[in-house]
Design a protein around this ligand. Structure first.
Ligand SMILES: Nc1ncnc2c1ncn2[C@@H]1O[C@H](COP(=O)(O)OP(=O)(O)OP(=O)(O)O)[C@@H](O)[C@H]1O
Ligand SMILES: [Mg+2]
Length: 413
């Protein structure tokens, strides 16, 4: 880089604010305002084009808000540091901003000194992260041999495996896997659903795309997969953009896929997608167990019925013996109906594991969606059950962020 000044991008929808900040910074010899953006969307675009060290980000803006914009910038360019400037001194905002990956949080209007020292701190971190990124990219190039073949497919960082499991059949794994994947999928966070219910997998049926390629096409060649070949075999669900890796067509074919092959496929998909959502069967096959083992987070489902709660207890115990960190588990109550006395709070207390999200019972919306082969997150997402899925998607993102920052912290230690 030609200069070692800290390069700053200002993102705010109000012209006056942008101008005031620019004025505050103009006499700092080590700071250079390289650009200004008027909305979250423009902020993301300019951040990726100009590659600044620090982004000063407003929260309330048209199109994409500052917190989502922060999340997207950090996902694509993790070396860029974001300092949030907001009139909302609310700690909940602050927490959300931090979870989205913001480095610092200043109240508006910022004091000159305060702003400049925040920029310097963030600029320093950006420099270190940038150097680290270059190192990693260099070693990745040598390791994989052919990085060019991944371009156009690869997310910047390794994708996350999110597995949905219920220790009791018929609890809603497939319903949640399909709809959660649709909620997580967008242009920037491409999402694939993988059906790990190898005998009776029905993900493809849920989206009315049965009868196409399945994992059987990939299993024999797991050791030399190529992104374009994999992309060919995945089913493209046109209505949502989500990709699907379907289960074999007949139950007796399940044994043709080994746990090792299955894990390798998942690991390859992590290089192509931001989120790999895995639907499972309740039967703990080797495939399901090894998937749980390599998952970043496991969503464990229960309902308000005693047998489901009993099995949830058994399964949570099993995860403990598998030494799966409790933070990797997201405990969810599906088909929640407040008329029943078994509340999420009671179950949380009883099983000593907090239920993070509840998804309400709505047979009309859910069953109609399944039978039409049109997931409710496509055409009915404002219903309470859709809101439940959105809130689960938020929980998943937040949890992944926490795990990521813990991971970073332990690497530094
Ligand atoms: N929130 C909900 N409200 C109402 N019905 C639901 C809800 N979630 C799931 N269901 C219903 O429960 C049934 C089972 O759902 P689903 O197939 O998603 O469960 P599963 O855990 O994948 O089952 P399996 O063990 O067969 O794989 C379906 O009939 C579905 O419509
Ligand atoms: Mg299922």
């Amino acid at each position: 880089m030609a200069t070692d000044k800290i390069r700053v991008l200002i993102v705010d929808d109000i012209a006056e604010t942008r101008e005031n900040i620019r004025k505050l910074l103009q006499f700092e010899s080590d700071v250079d305002v390289t650009g200004t953006a008027r909305s979250g969307k423009e902020g993301i675009q300019l951040a990726l084009e100009l590659d600044p060290d620090v982004v000063l980000m407003d929260i309330n803006m048209p199109d994409i808000d500052g917190i989502s914009a922060t999340e997207q910038i950090r996902q694509k360019a993790p070396h860029i540091q974001v300092v949030i400037l907001s009139v909302q001194g609310d700690p909940r905002y602050m927490r959300r901003a931090m979870l989205a990956g913001a480095r610092d949080f200043l109240e508006k209007p910022p004091m000159g000194d305060e702003l400049i020292s925040a920029i310097r701190r963030a600029g320093e971190v950006a420099r270190i992260e940038r150097a680290k990124g270059t190192q990693q990219r260099n070693s990745a190039t040598t390791a994989s041999g052919n990085p060019a073949s991944m371009s156009g497919f690869a997310p910047i960082s390794k994708g996350k495996i999110i597995t949905i499991y219920s220790p009791k059949g018929g609890t809603g794994c497939t319903t949640i896997a399909v709809n959660l994947a649709i909620a997580l999928n967008n242009e920037d966070t491409r999402t694939v659903i993988v059906d790990a219910n190898l005998q009776y997998g029905d993900v493809a049926v849920f989206v009315n795309e049965q009868g196409k390629n399945t994992i059987l096409e990939l299993a024999p060649r797991v050791d030399d997969l190529e992104p374009d070949v994999v992309e060919e075999i995945l089913i493209k669900h046109e209505a949502s953009g989500v990709r699907i890796l379907a289960a074999p067509q007949r139950p007796e074919l399940a044994e043709k896929v080994s746990a090792d092959q299955f894990s390798k496929v998942l690991e390859f998909l992590q290089r192509m997608f931001s989120y790999v959502v895995v639907d499972t069967s309740s039967i703990l096959t080797d495939v399901v167990l090894s998937t749980i083992d390599i998952s970043d987070v496991v969503i464990v489902l229960t309902t308000q019925e005693i047998p489901a709660i009993k099995n949830a207890r058994l399964f949570l115990d099993l995860l403990k013996t598998m030494a799966i960190n409790k933070e990797r588990i997201i405990f969810v109550m599906n088909r929640y109906d407040k008329r029943f006395s078994i509340t999420p709070e009671r179950v949380s207390e009883n099983l000593k594991h907090e239920i993070s999200t509840t998804i309400p019972l709505d047979e009309k919306v859910v069953i109609t969606a399944i039978n039409r082969g049109v997931p409710f997150m496509l055409d009915n997402r404002s219903q309470p059950v859709g809101k439940g899925i959105f809130s689960l998607a938020e929980t998943v993102r937040a949890r992944l962020n926490i795990l990521e920052s813990e991971n970073e912290a332990s690497v530094k230690r």
